[in-house]
Unconditional design. Structure first.
Length: 414
C-alpha cells in the first residue's frame, strides 16, 4: 500500500512538472534560454551595461532603463548605440542605447558630410557602413582611421602639457584627406588645441595665422608645449672664436616657441674682424637682417670658419662676371686699413666689369672707389654683396665715344 502511494506522488509530481514546463515562458540571459514564471527583461544600467533574464516575482522593470516582454526569447534582440550628427562622434552614454527589433544588427554609417549615424538596421551593404552583432558593438571610434587630436582650451588645466588621455578625442567630422590637428597660443597659460574642421576652430583649415601650427602625421600630434628646448649651439666671441670651434663650446639655447621645428645657430663677423657665435633665438636681430651674419639649422652647426668675402672676377676673362649672380664669394686676403670696415667693390672701366675686395685692390682702384664723385665704382659692406648686374650699355656708349673721337681726329688730319 505504501509503494502505491509513493508511485502516485511521483506521477503527480511528474505531471505537475510537465504541465509547468509546457506553459513556462522562455527568456534568454544573453548566453542561454531559461524558463520563467513572470516576464522577460532587458535592462541597461547607467554605465551602459546590458542585462537580460527573467523578471523576479517581487521585482519590477520600468522604462527607460528596463524593458519587459512576455513571449519566448523576446528579450534576445540587440542593444545598439543610436545617434546621428556632430554629437555622434564618440558615444558612450547609456542614454544612447536602443533596443533593436528582431533580426536587426547594430550599424555605423559614414554620411557624405563627414558625420556618423549609429543605430539598429539591416546588415550594411556599402563600404561607408559597418554592421556588427553584439550588444553596443557600434560604440567607439568610427571609422577606425579617424584622426584623433588633443582638444582643450586655455580654460582647462594642463592644456600646455596635454598628457591627459581624456583630451585626445576624434575630430567631429571625418575628413581623411584634408583634416589636421592644430595648436595655437600666446603663452604656456594660453594654449588651445583641436581639429581644423571644428566649427569653432581657432585655426580653421587653410588659416594663414602664423601662430597656428597644423599636423596630421599621427594621432595626438598637436602635443607640443608652448616652449621647449630644441638643442644647443656653439657659443663664443672674440679672437678665439674665429677658427672652427669644438663641441665643448656648445651650450643649450633658450626654449623655442612651439611653431619652430629645429634649433638655429648663427656666426657673426664683427666689424673689428672677430667672430661671435650663438643661438639664433638669442640674437638681438634676425641673422637675415644683420650684416655679415650666417645662420644654419641643427644643433652645434655653427662651427664653420667665417671671414669677409666678396665676388671677385673680371668680365674680360669670365663672361658671367657682368651679371654678378651665381658666383661664389672669395675670402679677402688683406685686412682693411686701421679704422676701416670690410668692403666689396664693383664697377666698369673701359667696358670691363671688375669685382673684388676693396682691401685687396690697388691704391688707384681704392682711391677711385672711395671718391664719391667717381661713378664708375660702387662699394658695399656685407659678405658677397657686390652682385649688381651690368648690361653692357656703358661699354657700348664708351665705344661710340671713342669712335666719335677717332672721326674728329681723322677730319682734322684731312
Amino acid at each position: 500500500m505504501q509503494s502505491v502511494n509513493t508511485i502516485a506522488i511521483l506521477l503527480a509530481t511528474l505531471i505537475a512538472v510537465g504541465l509547468q514546463g509546457s506553459t513556462a515562458l522562455i527568456c534568454t540571459d544573453g548566453t542561454a534560454s531559461n524558463p520563467c514564471t513572470t516576464s522577460c527583461f532587458t535592462s541597461i544600467d547607467d554605465k551602459g551595461v546590458v542585462s537580460r533574464g527573467c523578471v523576479a516575482e517581487t521585482g519590477s522593470c520600468a522604462a527607460p532603463s528596463c524593458f519587459n516582454c512576455t513571449t519566448d526569447n523576446c528579450n534576445a534582440p540587440l542593444v545598439c548605440k543610436s545617434c546621428d550628427g556632430l554629437g555622434c562622434t564618440l558615444v558612450t552614454a547609456a542614454t544612447s542605447n536602443k533596443i533593436c527589433d528582431a533580426a536587426q544588427e547594430c550599424y555605423n554609417q559614414l554620411q557624405p558630410d563627414g558625420t556618423i549615424t549609429r543605430g539598429c538596421g539591416p546588415k550594411c551593404a556599402t563600404d561607408s557602413c559597418s554592421s556588427c552583432t553584439t550588444d553596443n558593438c557600434n560604440a567607439g571610434i568610427y571609422p577606425a582611421n579617424r584622426l584623433l587630436c588633443y582638444q582643450c582650451t586655455a580654460n582647462e588645466a594642463n592644456c600646455n602639457v596635454p598628457a591627459n588621455a581624456t583630451m585626445l578625442k576624434p575630430c567631429a567630422l571625418f575628413k581623411k584627406q584634408d583634416q589636421q590637428c592644430y595648436m595655437t597660443g600666446s603663452s604656456f597659460q594660453n594654449m588651445t588645441r583641436g581639429c581644423s574642421t571644428d566649427a569653432a576652430a581657432l585655426c580653421p583649415q587653410g588659416s594663414s595665422d602664423s601662430s597656428c601650427l597644423f599636423c596630421s602625421d599621427q594621432n595626438g600630434c598637436n602635443n607640443r608645449q608652448y616652449a621647449r628646448n630644441l638643442g644647443s649651439c656653439i657659443k663664443c666671441s672674440g679672437e678665439n672664436c674665429i677658427d672652427k670651434q669644438l663641441a665643448t663650446a656648445a651650450a643649450d639655447c633658450a626654449p623655442y616657441n612651439y611653431t619652430v621645428n629645429e634649433v638655429s645657430c648663427y656666426s657673426q663677423l664683427e666689424a673689428n674682424g672677430t667672430v661671435t657665435r650663438g643661438c639664433s633665438n638669442e640674437h638681438e636681430t634676425s641673422c637675415a637682417e644683420t650684416a655679415n651674419c650666417k645662420s644654419c639649422a641643427g644643433s652645434n652647426c655653427n662651427v664653420d670658419e667665417i671671414s669677409f668675402s666678396c665676388i671677385t672676377c673680371r668680365s674680360d676673362n669670365y663672361a658671367h662676371c657682368r651679371q654678378g649672380d651665381h658666383i661664389g664669394g672669395t675670402a679677402c686676403v688683406n685686412p682693411p686699413a686701421a679704422g676701416q670696415a670690410n668692403e666689396c667693390f664693383e664697377g666698369q672701366w673701359n667696358g670691363i666689369v671688375m669685382r673684388g675686395c676693396l682691401s685687396d685692390a690697388g691704391s688707384l682702384m681704392q682711391s677711385q672707389c672711395k671718391n664719391t664723385a667717381d661713378n664708375r665704382c660702387k662699394t658695399c659692406s656685407t659678405i658677397d654683396c657686390n652682385t649688381n648686374s651690368y648690361n653692357g650699355a656703358s661699354s657700348l656708349q664708351l665705344s661710340f665715344g671713342l669712335f666719335a673721337l677717332l672721326l674728329i681726329a681723322l677730319q682734322q688730319c684731312l
